[in-house]
Design a protein around this ligand. Structure first.
Ligand code: ADE
Length: 266
């Protein structure tokens, strides 16, 4: 998988690509990345990349600045991205152009899985008030939001999306690690403990020390349901609607809804 990141601040995503698990995945050849500085494609002496939006009236201008379309289109050209109407997947492989914006569709684990199946992802990092709509109309496949809040740095949002995607690529992390984690099957993850057995008077739950595989499995499922009910009842609704819960999970859920639950923090 190759990630292209078009940005005015390449040092922000670079830190992510050059550290920790990502750096190892790059070393092992599982991931490639290409940071493109949009300013390199600005055409005036000041290397301007932004300007005022149209739409001001009676001498009052629209607040904020927008990224200019030309430098962005040249940057897209430089990584071989053609306008949507001129693309041919047989020559480029599976590739999506993604623009992260608070006005996009929600980024979810499902979307991360779809992106992990592509050959290349091209990200546009917005700054200021965003980018000219014509770049979106011409080139962008997906406008994606990472949450209902506004960041000043599109690089941060893009890095979040890349993080969620690259770890799903075969060989980056073990498939067991992906199994029971939050959002893997519509439920949040169970609580985890490590050494020491007692920390500031708080003990590791006894069942986890029992070595009893079946009891531990049941305890974990129960904790996942308790936590999801408490923090994300919307996910329970969704899981029910799409019938992804096992019979056992459904039974536990009914029990907990009838008031037989415990505080998932304990
Ligand atoms: N850029 C700024 N805020 C964002 C958000 N919430 N999601 C995606 N991109 C963004």
């Amino acid at each position: 998988m190759k990630f292209h990141v078009l940005t005015l601040f390449p040092e922000i995503p670079r830190a992510f690509f050059e550290n920790s698990i990502m750096a190892k995945a790059v070393d092992r050849g599982l991931i490639q990345y290409n940071l493109v500085n949009i300013r390199d494609f600005a055409y005036d002496t000041h290397r301007t990349c932004d300007d005022k939006p149209y739409g001001g009236v009676l001498g009052k201008r629209v607040p904020g600045m927008l990224m200019l379309p030309e430098p962005l289109s040249f940057a897209l050209d430089s990584v071989g991205v053609k306008p949507k109407t001129e693309r041919d997947e047989t020559t480029t492989g599976k590739r999506r152009v993604i623009y992260c914006t608070p006005s996009g569709k929600p980024f979810t684990q499902d979307l991360a899985r779809q992106y992990a199946e592509q050959d290349e992802l091209v990200f546009i990092c917005g700054r200021y008030e965003g980018i000219d709509q014509r770049i979106i109309d011409l080139y962008v496949d997906d406008e994606v939001s990472i949450g209902d809040y506004v960041l000043s740095s599109g690089e941060v949002a893009v890095t979040v999306v890349i993080d969620a995607v690259y770890r799903l690529i075969d060989g980056v992390i073990s498939s067991e690690s992906l199994e029971d984690e939050s959002h893997s099957d519509g439920l949040l993850e169970y609580p985890q403990y490590t050494r020491p057995e007692i920390f500031r008077d708080l003990s590791v739950p006894e069942v986890l020390l029992s070595g009893h595989h079946e009891k531990i499995r049941k305890w974990r499922l129960r904790k996942r349901i308790e936590k999801t009910l408490l923090f994300r009842p919307d996910l329970i609704e969704k899981a029910r609607d799409s019938a992804v819960l096992s019979e056992e999970a459904e039974l536990l859920l009914k029990e907990l809804e009838n008031g037989n639950g415990s505080d998932p923090q304990n």
